[in-house]
Ligand binder design. Structure first.
Ligand SMILES: Nc1ncnc2c1ncn2[C@@H]1O[C@H](COP(=O)(O)OP(=O)(O)OP(=O)(O)O)[C@@H](O)[C@H]1O
Length: 590
């Protein structure tokens, strides 16, 4: 049995305490289907989140089979299913793939047969078997709600919490979903609590909880609700609620509730006698008035959460599948991959001759060069500008790619991630899958940028210079990708994350000092944060001495040693990953 004793949830608003849920007392036995209804803003979702443990209660206690959840710990993630108002499936995946991923993330299966059986059973139960191959994006509203339920049922939850799963559906689909929830509550002693605006189909519920301004105004059998409120039709309940304060409704309910609870109990006994309630295997039908001390009854087979590696591989393969199914994303990535290096080579076309001349002049016609000092200086300036420009262009384009890689990566799917975290997903497995996916993009982009540009405008490096240049391109792309991932993980919305990441990239060039020298005070403050500077500086230091000299003639910004540049870029990667890790651990349901 689920029992709430004087449960309140309080927030601070304008320096005052406001009770969004106020002293709620209810008892819900196993195998029970309860509707939570009430006018908009009365606290239905808030109460559901308190029961789920997403909003920790400010006062009172929640009990599960007599066990105080606040003291003895919450239910296991697999024991609770929470179907939120938003869709928890990815549009490009099929129904089958969505349920499979949910199962692999939530349930430690014994083998492939066990996995298939679980998926098939859930698809059958929710009526989705016939459309298992259909993509989520083409499902109807009702089918999406069924899918949301299916993805929660994979772990056989004892407590299924549904938030507005019927809103926006046509009357027929709404009835089908309520009927489905009703049937689910008849299996394995499952408690199903459903928040709904709709006062239709109330007869399918075992009990109706009417909330008013966070307080209980009624909790009893559906056929008693009109009688209690002295109305002819359920539609008249909400206007009736507005006729007196919630305190009065609450105190009135506390006085009258016993006979209604007796009726609820009688109804329940009838169901048990008729064999309509299927109780959990190895568990006796629980006595609703009894509290069960922890561990005194044999427990049904426990569903266990899979390990890090299973969750990591499931998420990674799902990410690649979503990537390849999204043609727009694949096209954009390919276009960026091909066009950005192409752009650099176009701009480097003129510079090639100048760089070659610098080499020719020095090696074959040194005497003439000395006599024509002015010409040499001019040549040096041209070569220095060209080489520095090409390197910085590569660096900036890679920074742009980085922000495109990761700015939305976590923020855009935050609600789904929070939902999966609630279901037992480890944030470290999630982050590791993101890092692995992004590392592949970073590798492809940086290596191709370095190699492609080098084919048309060879990098004039000293010993090991080109290899160092590749490393700096990898590090700057990796650093910016990690930082943008951190931003994506910390920001509340994908729009905020994108905007901040674009600003970050936009400031790289002016603050790098490669184009214009910055005032000393500004430079020493901003430089540590400007990845582009460190990659550019490191790459310039990797040039052969005479080309490096040419670059030095056109810049007034000091260059840093290669080792220092590498350490700082590695630090940027680390800082970005730490920010991403902090963000993923943070609770950000809303
Ligand atoms: N974290 C919060 N901070 C401040 N106010 C909140 C918070 N969560 C909920 N509220 C407010 O508490 C009230 C109850 O919200 P809740 O979402 O529980 O209502 P509801 O009954 O589910 O509404 P609806 O039927 O419209 O979905 C609303 O006025 C809402 O604005």
């Amino acid at each position: 049995m689920l029992e709430l004793q004087d449960v309140s949830f309080t927030i601070q608003k304008d320096g005052e305490s406001v009770n969004l849920v106020d002293q709620v007392n209810i008892k819900v036995p196993r195998g029970h289907f309860m509707a939570i209804v009430g006018p908009s803003g009365c606290g239905k979702t808030t109460l559901l989140k308190v029961i789920a443990g997403l909003n920790p209660e400010s006062a009172g206690g929640l009990f599960w089979e007599g066990r105080n959840l606040s003291i003895e710990g919450d239910l296991d993630a697999s024991d609770i299913g929470y179907v939120p108002q938003f869709s928890i499936a990815y549009d490009p995946l099929t129904v089958d793939e969505s349920v499979e991923a949910a199962t692999r993330l939530r349930v430690k299966v014994r083998n492939m047969e066990d996995l298939d059986q679980r998926i098939d059973r859930v698809l059958e139960e929710t009526g989705l078997a016939a459309i298992a191959d259909r993509q989520v994006k083409v499902l109807s509203g009702g089918q999406k709600r069924r899918l949301g339920l299916a993805m929660e049922l994979v772990s056989d939850p004892k407590l299924l919490l549904c938030d507005e799963v019927t809103s926006g559906l046509d009357p027929r689909s709404e009835r089908e979903i309520v009927r489905l929830l009703h049937d689910l509550s008849r299996k394995e002693g499952r408690i199903v609590l459903s928040v709904t605006h709709s006062l239709a189909h109330l007869e399918l519920y075992d009990s109706i909880l009417v909330l008013h301004e966070g307080r209980v105004a009624f909790h009893g059998p559906p056929d008693q609700v009109t009688h209690y409120f002295s109305v002819h039709d359920t539609e008249e309940i909400y206007p009736k609620l507005a006729t007196q304060t919630s305190e009065r409704w609450q105190s009135s309910w506390m006085k009258h509730r016993e006979p209604y609870y007796t009726k609820l109990e009688r109804n329940r006994q009838r169901l048990v006698d008729a064999g309509s309630l299927e109780m959990p295997r190895q568990e006796e039908a629980p006595d609703p008035s009894a509290t069960t001390p922890l561990g005194t009854k044999p427990q049904p087979e426990k569903v266990r959460t899979p390990g890090f590696f299973t969750q990591f591989t499931t998420l990674l393969s799902r990410r690649w599948r979503i990537f390849f199914r999204d043609r727009g994303q694949v096209f954009l990535q390919l276009a960026i991959l091909i066009c950005f290096p192409l752009l650099v080579t176009l701009f480097s076309e003129d510079a090639k001759g100048q760089i070659a001349n610098l080499s020719d002049t020095r090696q074959t016609d040194i005497k003439e060069m000395i006599s024509e000092e002015a010409m040499v200086k001019k040549g040096q300036v041209q070569v220095g500008s060209a080489v520095s420009g090409i390197i910085m262009f590569q660096v900036i384009l890679l920074c742009l790619m980085a922000s495109n890689n990761s700015a939305r990566e976590i923020a855009a799917e935050r609600p789904i991630f929070e939902k999966e975290k609630f279901g037992g997903l480890r944030p470290t497995a999630y982050l590791a899958s993101k890092v692995t996916f992004l590392a592949c993009l970073v590798l492809a982009q940086s290596l191709w940028m370095a190699v492609f540009v080098n084919m048309f405008a060879p990098f004039r490096g000293g010993t090991g210079g080109f290899e160092s240049h590749i490393i700096f391109l990898l590090l700057v792309n990796g650093g910016m990708t990690a930082i943008c991932l951190g931003i994506s993980s910390l920001m509340r919305t994908a729009e905020q994350a994108s905007l901040l990441s674009i600003y970050l990239v936009g400031f790289q060039l002016p603050l790098s000092g490669a184009v214009l020298a910055l005032p000393g005070a500004v430079e020493s403050f901003t430089r540590p944060f400007i990845s582009a500077y460190w990659a550019w500086s490191g790459s310039v230091k990797a040039l052969e001495p005479k080309v490096q000299d040419a670059v030095q003639t056109v810049i007034s910004t000091s260059l840093s040693e290669k080792q220092v540049c590498m350490y700082i870029l590695a630090f940027h990667i680390g800082a970005g990953l730490i920010a991403a890790w902090i963000g993923t651990r943070r609770h950000q349901w809303d």
